[in-house]
Design a protein around this ligand. Sequence first.
Ligand code: NAD
Length: 425
Amino acid sequence: MATFSPHNELNVYASAEARFEVAAKKLGLGPDDGVYRFMRYPDKEITVYIPVTLDNGQLEVFIGYRVHHSRVRGPCKGGIRYAPNVTLDEVRALASEMTWKCAVVNIPFGGAKGGVICDPAKLSRGELERITRRYTAELTDWFGPEIDVPAPDLGTNEQVMAWIMDTYSMHKRHTTTGVVTGKPVTMGGSYGRHDATGRGLLIACDKTLAKFGLKREQTRVAIQGFGNVGSVSAKLLHQAGYKIVGLADINGGLYNEAGFDVPKVLDWVYQQHKPLPDFPAGGARMSAQDILFQPCDICLPAAVENQITSANVKKLQARILCEGANGPSTAYSDEELDRMGIFVVPDILANAGGVTVSYFEWVQDRQGFFWRENVVNDRLKDILERSFDDVIGYAEKHGVSNRTAAYMLAIDRVAVVLKLRGIYA
Ligand code: NAD
């Protein structure tokens, strides 16, 4: 297992473990405890070598992973990431965080995560489809509505989920929509799933503002990442009246004190397919990372992990950090965030809108009965507002940070079920 030291601050697994340790210790769980030992390790990990014929006729072998961290509270749940820098440690970390995230919002899932080392930007649609189908075929026994239910993550989307559903169904000889979530609405997906993570971030921001008596119109937000999470957050926050002063994607960042006309930026990036930093009259250009450290009230990282570290955390000017991405700040920055008095809405709470509506999608698939979008959005709001109150209330009651509170609440919920079930050892 990874050990946390300043030398591996950027190892996301070490970071996840460090946060688990802090919370477990506060709960009185330690290395002498069987429950602690059980929760600290994943259930299962698999590496698959995926042979794929590229469009040029050459055979390439891609490496893929799937990690089941916990199935104590229900089937494993977690996204699949396609990116050139995927590592097993990263997948492990994200799998454990899915366990805690599902427990924070109290939905009946454990945690999992998957990834394939590949660069989707450099692969054709056919190549992506072949990678996806072979990866799924190798994992047919690992996936299933009652076993492990994947979803999209970085570099994967509705189409990839459709291919997974089809491949799994072909192997099982019957259509099984509930094997993945984040599918197109026309084939068992849920209304509201596409926007769910961004909507959850809006709910988290609204709850934070209400807590501090702040107004949306006077709240400046800087968002890093303009994919599913970042662009939907920008759209919904803008619609709600927030002022979006910073935007960034992998091509770079733009800061504009006057605030962006977000629908125009969406059109520029998604209809005209132009690079975000070239948006006309977009403001000051800077690196995608620098956007996080500009003057704003809410800093909303929604791209990749390890963006806020012990080396740069002091540069934050925001009073609120609302984590859209998974692991955007390292465990080493946690203490400084506390010292600086920044109100952190931790990733396992802030971005849980996606998994919550994934849960709704799974429920709808199993029932074969689909809900209207307003029903989905109302139920999402209900769950996230309650979870926000649970976490913030817990933090205040126990005098710990919001992040530690979220982990404590989650670990406690898993531990309670684990003790009731008993460990088959
Ligand atoms: P995405 O692939 O749709 O978008 C990623 C965005 O980040 C793109 O705009 C990309 O240009 C940008 N980006 C990539 N590398 C960057 C870098 N180094 N610096 C700045 N920008 C960079 O992915 P997504 O689904 O929006 O996921 C973003 C984050 O949110 C990930 O950490 C993911 O795990 C997390 N997350 C996603 C969901 C979901 O429902 N999609 C749910 C919970 C958490």
